[in-house]
Design a protein around this ligand. Structure first.
Ligand code: C5P
Length: 426
């Protein structure tokens, strides 16, 4: 069998050193790797190191490829089963979003008909800047998949999201993309089903299915140090991701900031804002089921101040102007080719639970609503147990109060039942 081929574009940034480890892991996994090094990337790693690890010539120059003896750039971009950009700098993502072809890397990215996975790495302020957020959303809407970034202390001594995902996590994301359809053309655009024969039934009810889950709150920046948030702990959504994985599903959990560890065996994408959450969800499609358990902020600041807003003595406090966030659940539930066959939303209400939940199911266009009473007296927000109503097209079921992990287990079983007859998404 011919090895699967990854075209790895290494752009600039201190994290570029991790691309060497990624090449080593890819080679160890039996994949052929062709590396393209940008001018910025070459300031951090050498073509010689990438060449030694990949065993192939490293491409750096747009113009050297036009010669008779070399592969043309279009052929280079199409010879791969997947194009991976790791690290993907803010600059490269911006140029991708704008459709520029100003160097070899961007020319390949513009010319390719192969699926693209990016692993962003940059300073936390750059990552949360509306320009980058917008660029990511543009790329996600075009089907570009994203892995990471991780959160942590960065080379610039700041803390937050922006660190390149670790090479094993990038490898896992690459394998997941490639395994979406084994063999040749694995990553061709529009040919990445959630389910592939190699994920075939392993006896568990959700084997071969892809489940997408949102969890946690969102943080909507006001300035570099302040944000709007809510009290969601992310426990219920994370428990659902875990329960779906336990039934054999491949699970992508798109989580807002929480204090919870990543559940084992689940592909966790950490995001901050509603717009990042939507972009990450769209990048993870197709899916057989989506469960939107996140408490997404309804509004964000119309303008995010570039610098910490100053208290000025005697001046009136500033006025915060808010704009609506996208509704992730309603967006994913919209009829269309990429709509998952089963879309499940949550309704957190403090009164008149069933009436609101029934109306919400219709308004959002989803199939089921899991409704819970989050009134202060219930202890549900941040607590360990939950009392829910399951509202479907067939009516409403009231479940007893039970631990959140048991709600998750029962919901996962119901999802498995519902999908039993459905053809796999893709
Ligand atoms: O409109 P409301 O916030 O009550 O709806 C709750 C449901 O919608 C939850 O499933 C939540 O995850 C989802 N939601 C969303 N995006 C928003 C707001 C809510 O996905 N912006």
């Amino acid at each position: 069998m011919t090895p699967r081929r990854v075209l790895l574009i290494v752009s600039g940034g201190i994290a570029a050193y991790k691309s060497l480890e990624l090449v080593r892991l890819l080679a160890k996994a039996g994949m052929a790797v062709t590396c393209v090094l940008t001018e910025g990337g070459a300031r951090f790693v050498t073509a010689l190191s990438l060449q030694a690890l990949s065993g192939e010539a490293v491409h750096t120059d747009l113009w050297s490829l036009t010669g008779e003896s070399e592969m043309g750039h279009i052929a280079l971009s199409r010879s791969a089963d997947l194009v991976v950009v790791a690290p993907a700098s803010a600059d490269l993502l911006a140029r991708m979003a704008a459709g520029l072809a100003s160097d070899l890397a961007t020319t390949l990215l513009l010319a390719t008909d192969t699926a693209v996975l990016v692993a962003p790495a940059m300073n936390v302020r750059m990552w949360t800047h509306p320009a980058t957020v917008g660029n990511l959303a543009t790329l996600a809407a075009r089907g570009v998949a994203v892995v990471g970034p991780d959160e942590g202390v960065m080379a610039c001594n700041e803390f937050g999201p922006g660190r390149l995902a670790e090479p094993p996590a990038i490898l896992a994301a690459i394998l997941a993309r490639l395994d979406a359809r084994p063999g040749d053309g694995a990553g061709r655009l529009a040919a990445a089903p959630a389910h592939g024969p190699d994920h075939g039934p392993d006896g568990r009810a959700l084997a071969g299915r892809h489940a997408l889950v949102t969890a946690g709150p969102t943080h909507e920046a006001i300035d570099p140090v302040r944000y709007l948030a809510n009290r969601s702990s992310g426990r219920q959504g994370t428990a659902i991701a875990e329960a779906l994985a336990a039934l054999g599903a491949r699970v992508t959990l798109v989580s807002g900031p929480t204090a919870l560890p990543d559940p084992p065996g689940v592909d966790v994408r950490r995001v901050e804002s509603a717009r990042q959450m939507l972009a990450a969800c769209e990048a993870a499609l197709p899916a057989d089921v989506v469960v939107c358990a996140a408490a997404v902020g309804d509004w964000r600041a119309a303008e995010v101040a570039a610098h910490k807003m100053k208290k000025t003595p005697d001046a009136a406090p500033p006025t915060l102007v808010l704009v609506a966030n996208p509704d992730i659940l309603a967006t994913l539930a919209r009829p269309g080719a990429s709509r998952p066959p089963l879309v499940v939303g949550f309704a957190a209400e403090t009164q008149d639970l069933e009436r609101h939940a029934v109306a919400k199911r219709l308004r959002k266009g989803c199939d089921w609503i899991v409704a819970n009473d989050v009134g202060a007296h219930t202890g549900t927000m941040g607590g360990d147990s939950n009392t829910v109503l399951l509202v479907t097209a067939h009516g409403t079921e009231a479940w007893d109060r039970m631990p959140k992990h048991e709600v998750a287990r029962r919901l996962a079983l119901r999802i498995a039942d519902a999908l039993a007859e459905a053809p796999p998404a893709g």
